[in-house]
Design a protein around this ligand. Sequence first.
Ligand code: OAD
Length: 232
Amino acid sequence: MSTLENIVILTGAGISAESGIQTFRDAGGLWEGHAVEQVATPEGFAADPVLVHRFYNLRRAALGTVEPNAAHIALGKLQSEFPGQVTLVTQNVDDLHERGGASDVIHMHGELLSAFCTACNYRWREAEDLTVETACPACQTVGGPRPDIVWFGEMPYEMDRIERALQNCDLFVSIGTSGAVYPAAGFVHLAKTCGARTLELNLEPSQGSGAFREARHGSATQLVPEWVDSLL
Ligand code: OAD
């Protein structure tokens, strides 16, 4: 077997499900009651910023009621104990990877605990509610601040860094994601083309399951610690 030096892990909403954060596409998912266009597009924000701020304020506040689960903690342990490089990319906007001990997490879809100003692009950590009356701490523009979330039609963050990591990895692992949203859904193909082994850990076969060399199905809190223990 070839040596394992570089691992890239992609996580999605499924890894935080057992912490009590709803996924997007499962029954009872987060879009329920809201059209995606309303709360997850720049056009939706322009049309009704009060509604969009309220939606993300509730989700930001909910972070205080949840804890990292065994899967987040296992990945934190893997990052600190694995002798090679473990690049952790998440589509999640929660902070459960960090609270589970992970570091340098690439939040490709942004973070609830971050905000930026649409007037001057200043970006800052924000734990409190944002409203249409919030002033930018840098340029003071009232109503300039918005949640630092990558909405549909916007470019995910750090794509260059992610692509470089995928091109150089020996193993790509996808955890708790439906494979419904690009570009993340295409990572498996890039990793495979560049020679990596590929593994899916998900509750059920994802839309992209067939692209993985190996797939294990079950809950993240069971599968992820088992997989991490097998590597360490
Ligand atoms: P989805 O809701 O699309 O998919 C969650 C996946 O997790 C599904 O395949 C479930 O089967 C699986 N799952 C659920 N519970 C699980 C558990 N306990 N253990 C393991 N797997 C479980 O969420 P994402 O794929 O993350 O984008 O969605 C991708 C993006 O779509 C999100 O980042 C979000 C949304 O639009 C933005 O907000 C920009």
